[in-house]
Design a protein around this ligand. Structure first.
Ligand SMILES: [Mn+2]
Length: 363
């Protein structure tokens, strides 16, 4: 594995490249052109400029998160081919710049969904949290307004104000889209992009839906082992792979995370590792919050998750995921420096211990 950190780019991220470089073992960033709109072509010069900026701090771009897929492609509207052509051109431009990993998602309307961006925990840190009763009582059209007040002034990925201003229109676009149609549109998209991925050896890594079930009546498909196996098989190409995000698949307690990792051997191109703490697991009253990465701070056995990645011979980029807001840092919720740096150090420690035990035959 290669330890990395997500970086939103100068002007969007409170964390600098130099700070990231000083986290032990981090030489790669996962980044994006944050001011591009889904559907547009990423100009090669801008990708080059981004690379230069990262390389000036003695790091490299380990992958892109994300090149977002526009709604026309997700709903399969008549003009989707134009946008897929643009996506292919973006992939070509990335490939020409020697970038070989692209994370994306296929979630309708909302990206990740949380009900709070700054819930206070027992230790005084603040974290993102999800409460099912709140979701069930909220009008989805007001969702954006209700959470954006806690965003510390940051534009949240997937919750861009321009998109959210058209929320009614977006719901209208998806009104006839069920799971089967979403699968069919994903298949169509993947079949069209696989040739350029093969040409430039670009690994596509779909991010799971977060949370891993339907919210607001919208279909969600990248949610469990069965559905990802279906997705792998429907376009059976090694470049059609996944981002294994423990915090997203883990929202659904029926998902056995180490087992899912083992079943995806060879198709996990990117890993997001984080922990959640469940406060209530009753359906309808489900409540969870994002814990520190440490196993004992949350509900997941992080050793087993990292060990499963080690056991399948995972060699791709890995990153700590959402961190708590600690030590008075003011940053985009989930994306401060401090707690993600602690997460990276912890995952590095787990990995080193697992690897050494394995090599000594005592694991
Ligand atoms: Mn993730």
């Amino acid at each position: 594995m290669e330890m990395t950190l997500r970086w939103y780019g100068t002007g969007f991220d409170t964390v600098t490249l130099r700070q990231i470089r000083q986290i032990p073992g981090v030489k790669g960033v996962i980044t994006t052109l944050y001011d591009t709109t889904p559907g547009e072509v990423w100009p090669r010069e801008r990708i080059q400029a981004l690379k230069k900026e990262v390389e000036a701090e003695n790091m490299h771009i380990a992958g892109i998160e994300s090149v977002n897929v526009c709604d026309a492609i997700k709903v399969g509207s008549p003009d989707r081919d134009k946008y897929i052509d643009n996506y292919i051109q973006t992939l070509e431009n990335l490939g020409l710049e020697d970038i070989h990993l692209v994370c994306y998602n296929f979630m309708p309307v909302f990206d990740w969904t949380r009900t709070e961006l700054a819930r206070r925990r027992h230790d005084g840190s603040t974290v993102l949290a999800y409460n099912q009763e709140t979701i069930d009582s909220i009008d989805p059209e007001n969702m954006f307004a209700s959470i954006s007040k806690d965003s510390n002034g940051a534009v949240m990925p997937g919750w861009e104000p321009e998109r959210m201003a058209k929320i009614k229109e977006l719901f209208e676009m998806y009104k006839d889209i069920d799971e089967e149609k979403l699968f069919a549109n994903l298949k169509y998209f993947l079949e069209r992009i696989m040739p350029v991925c093969n040409k430039y050896n670009i690994n596509m890594a779909i991010h799971p839906d977060d949370p891993a079930w339907s919210v607001f009546g919208l279909p969600r498909i990248i949610i469990n082992k069965q559905n990802i196996q279906r997705m792998m098989k429907m376009v059976d190409d090694p470049h059609n792979g996944v981002t294994f995000c423990s915090g997203s698949y883990g929202t659904n307690l029926e998902n056995d995370l180490p087992d899912m990792i083992r079943s995806l051997k060879g198709r996990i191109h990117f890993a997001h590792v984080r922990n959640l703490q469940f406060n209530c697991t009753e359906p309808g009253h489900l409540d969870f919050e994002e814990a520190a990465h440490l196993s004992s701070d949350g509900s997941f056995d992080m050793y087993e998750i990292v060990k499963a990645l080690y056991d399948i011979g995972f060699t791709g980029p890995i990153r700590p995921d959402h961190g708590r807001m600690i030590w008075d840092e003011v940053a985009m919720p989930g994306y401060g420096l401090y707690d993600r740096a602690l997460g990276a150090a912890y995952i590095n420690g787990l990995w080193e211990a697992i690897e050494k035990a394995d090599k000594r035959g005592t694991k």
